[in-house]
Design a binder for this molecule. Sequence first.
Ligand code: 13P
Length: 251
Amino acid sequence: MRSKLVAGNWKMHGSRAAIQNLLASLKAELPAEPGTDVAVFPPSLYVADALVALSGSPVAVGAQNVCDQAAQGAFTGEVSAEMLADVGCRYAIVGHSERRALYGESSAVVAVKVQRCLNAGVVPILCVGETDEEREAGRTLDVVAEQLDAVMQTVAVGELSSLVVAYEPVWAIGTGKTASPEQAQDVHAFIRQRIAGYSEKLAAGVRILYGGSVKAANAAELFSQADIDGGLVGGASLDAQEFSAICRAAE
Ligand code: 13P
């Protein structure tokens, strides 16, 4: 049985004061023992604040990105997976569509980032998903397969047991246009089946999150699908009440 995971990607939002408020509200809203795994992903500058505020709480902290190059070195502006592990980050989001589109991250680079996370003991949340144009052209499964295969062909299957995949259709991100539960389930089932081509054991255990305009009102129906193991939540994760309601929907 796969345990569900609800992850809040705060993207580049907030200020030190706003994030302190959000962290305090989250601690107040979430039960002491939520029936699901919960993690938040603040902008990297505020990760340390979040770790302090959430210490002793069941809410894990993760990073939104990780360096592909090395554990240490002359890589201005970057943060390594080893550094994330050092301060206590459990997860890192890898290959978010915003990074693929705006910062030119190729599937090959994303695969290296997954490997870096695993080497450092950080759980990678690998994001995959098609654009509106690609869906309209009937290429959804090809695009997702390419993004997934790049990782499966780079990292040894035996190292991937902690991997989390997030299916985030680009057309559903920040648009208020959620994939229907059936649309999402179809792609999630495809992802699991594709992974099964490499390892059936890995496919059975891998958690596949849905992301793209998840809110309290649609979370329960999405999370009830057979291959949807939780959510990667953007905008709605900036509101502690809404995010807590989404976490409850996953229980
Ligand atoms: P929204 O929930 O704001 O659509 O963002 C989804 C996302 O990109 C999470 O990583």
